[in-house]
Ligand binder design. Structure first.
Ligand SMILES: C[S@@+](CC[C@H](N)C(=O)[O-])C[C@H]1O[C@@H](n2cnc3c(N)ncnc32)[C@H](O)[C@@H]1O
Length: 364
């Protein structure tokens, strides 16, 4: 979920407040100038900084009991700041939804090791949580992010015995870390896009081209141009992985850019020099599904907005527990917020139909 600065003023959009509700229309300092080096740097820095929003949202949820994650605090330098109940609910649904899909992926192919490639992983704690939850699973985990973010993560891991003791060896001070279980790659994802000028693609050490692989983009590919995303995904699916390797992609992204909520979300982020390129390219649930098929994930493509996920994926007992954590009267606002984010997951099965079976009972 975005930070509280980025989401629209929901009360106003629903007609409960004053004014037009369309705030923060500023273009930011970059203006409309050409793609100068300086502007490109400015835009990249803004995108790198979004990890702090994600970390802050996660921490808020952990402190309030929405999520059980002992690692969230250790991987961020942020002070815990309590987010709005609406946002906490959104972050809770986002994390739980991806956790559920990942859990189902991990029980496929019991005899095989499984690989996860997390794009724009930032301070995400999922690897450490999965080690606790699935100690028997042979997991090969890769995270990719800009060097600034990977270095900060590695330094945080070095400082925390609870983290580095889970690794095969303590990381040296470097922007990348490689091992047989956990890898942090300092890479600009755009360098994985098929280069038209014949430049060789970068090495991703320890990536196994043959084992069932889940590619995860939790609020990451949304910041890139759709054609670049297409190229990155194709390159992962056909160059870094064997074209016959069972593979899946999970996306978490905002949708519905054209209504007042969507327009305000976009303009609030633009004022921070953050542009959601795939949001305009894939505005509706059906567009998200179609894009997965276009990436070559031909055996299945599903999508659900987070409102549906809250209603259908979370059991009643858990819903009651969550409802008891914080007072949340703004149910209309919550629904509006949750409708503007989705999880999309698509797969190619390789030889069998294992992913199709694993996710058969997950409702859209
Ligand atoms: C909103 S954060 C999400 C972090 C994490 N996936 C999560 O959900 O907690 C987006 C992350 O994507 C990374 N990212 C965006 N574009 C990238 C690129 N071109 N190369 C590498 N990382 C990128 C950012 O640096 C940032 O860490």
């Amino acid at each position: 979920m975005a930070s509280s600065n980025d989401i629209p003023n929901l009360k106003t959009l629903l007609g409960h407040g004053r004014g037009t509700g369309l705030r923060g229309r500023g273009r930011g300092r970059g203006g409309l100038g050409g793609p100068s080096e300086e502007r490109a740097q400015l835009l990249d820095n803004a995108v790198k900084g979004t990890d702090q929003d994600a970390a802050g949202s996660r921490l808020s949820c952990v402190e309030l009991g929405y999520l059980d994650d002992p690692y969230a605090k250790l991987l961020t330098t942020q002070q815990a700041t309590r987010k709005l109940p609406l946002l906490n609910r959104g972050t809770y649904v986002r994390t739980s939804a991806i956790d559920l899909l990942v859990a189902k992926f991990l029980v496929t192919y019991p005899a095989s090791a499984k690989q996860v490639i997390s794009l724009g992983a930032g301070t995400d704690t999922r690897f450490f949580r999965l080690l606790d939850l699935y100690p028997q699973t042979r997991l090969l985990y890769h995270e990719i992010d800009f060097p600034t973010n990977t270095l900060a993560k590695i330094v945080a891991i070095q400082r925390q015995p609870l983290l580095y003791r889970k690794l095969l060896h303590t990381p040296a001070t470097s922007a990348s870390y490689h091992s047989e279980t956990y890898n942090i790659h300092a890479l600009d994802l755009r360098s994985l896009a098929d280069p038209s000028d014949g430049t060789p693609l970068p090495q991703i050490p320890n990536l196994n081209p043959n084992i069932p692989t889940l590619i995860l983009s939790e609020m990451c590919l949304v910041y890139l141009q759709p054609s670049t995303v297409q190229s990155i995904v194709t390159s992962l699916l056909t160059h870094y992985l064997q074209p016959t390797t069972p593979a899946a992609l999970i996306l978490y992204e905002p949708i519905l850019p054209q209504d007042p909520f969507g327009r305000t979300m976009i303009s609030n982020l633009q004022s921070r020099n953050i542009h959601l390129h795939t949001l305009t390219a894939y505005p509706e649930l059906g567009d998200q599904r179609a894009r997965l098929q276009a990436y070559g994930l031909v055996d299945g493509a599903k999508v659900a907005d987070t409102n549906t996920i809250w209603r259908k994926w979370i059991n009643e007992e858990e819903k009651e527990r969550i409802a008891g954590l914080e007072l949340l009267d703004e149910l209309e606002e919550l629904e509006m917020l949750l409708r503007h984010y989705c999880v999309a997951w698509g797969w190619r099965d390789g030889q069998g139909d294992v992913f199709s079976q694993a996710w058969a009972d997950v409702n859209e």
